[in-house]
Design a protein. Sequence first.
Length: 209
Amino acid sequence: MAEQRQDYGYRSAELGCSHDYLLPKVVDILNAGSKSQGGSRVFELGCGNGSVANELHRLGFEVQGIDYSESGIRVAREAYPHLNLNVGSVYDDLASTYGKFPFVLSLEVVEHLFFPRKFAKNAHDLLASGGTAIISTPYHGYWKNLALALSGKMDAHFTALWDGGHIKFWSVKTMKLLLEEAGFVDVRFFRVGRVPVLAKSMIVVAHKR
């Protein structure tokens, strides 16, 4: 049976609700890093409908990106023709095509991937020496998982019925191991959305030597 291409069927170029709590911290990290690293170029792994790339462009960052979703890139190009966004996979040899960047950004992507080690390696390869990766993924920890179980929401949260949905559920420990294995150093975590112990997502900041 031929493998089917998963496409999220983007119809809107608007920011999503998760960006309300992700973007403020991401922008703070980028602003601080651009001053110390002397660069504002960002490569976005999994740019979706281009809404995040456009918001960063509006704030003065130069953004390029790829996404596996053909509908996402089509919507992005129609809404944001000034951006360089292309169909591509996080598993591709992206550094050979696009070069290296001071920042690599990937929001709520790694939890969808069968091969996260390939993703982490490509993120590392895309970075210039001293560059910074900013990665977000839904947060999972003991107290949050316990709260989900006690509230009866475990099946809804870990649903197996979402085509193309989450297949990896990351903790601080497992995400740190993934990134350090790929060669990242100084891996730090910020929890966003709700109180930290029940955070919706964690934003990971990691550096390339």
